[in-house]
Design a protein around this ligand. Sequence first.
Ligand code: ZN
Ligand code: ZN
Length: 218
Amino acid sequence: MDHCCKVGRLSGEYALKHGVEGRRFDRYLADRWLGRRDYTATGLRPLSKALNHKLLKTVYNEHGRNALETRVESDYEVLADGDESSALLDDLDSDGIDGRKLQREFVSSTTLYRHFTDCLGESKSNESGTGDGESDWESDKVDHAREVLRRNVSQSLRSLANKGRLPEADTAQIKTEVILGCPECATQVSFRRAVDRGYICAEHMSTADAGTEPKTTD
Ligand SMILES: [Zn+2]
Ligand SMILES: [Zn+2]
């Protein structure tokens, strides 16, 4: 069997599908990348992570291992980290899962990008002005920062749980939303939503009102 690349091979070998319609998972990710089908345009890092999560979930289900989102997420963090994963590798082994193989199967954002562009022929064009197609390295950068934060918090929680200082802390969901606030008023909005809607505060931080309502104070 010929596959376009690693992503194509994984999609085929593990039959990775999305949703009830059974859409190919890589195409679903491409839709999210480009912000098609009502998806919010999403950076490559979270998308490659989504693919790796999907892979873990699929293998877990095949082997009857608990595939709850939180479990998959925390296992993924450990496997992706590489170093201190040996306890987990043993645990996976007892479920008949080859953890080292999984680690090798994980896809980087670069690999995913090449699959989107070279294999699926997709591209994010920069020409359409303030549209969906714009390159969003800014969002990628923030996503990356959030991921580093998440990983560090997750490591701390694991340790606190092990020491008994925060029971079950390793199963907690970690939210790393970046919240932006208007310097003039109480308006707060997540970074992502601000980028989506194109402003942080409609009243004080938008260009739309320039000149329409001259301020008459002073
Ligand atoms: Zn490919
Ligand atoms: Zn404001």
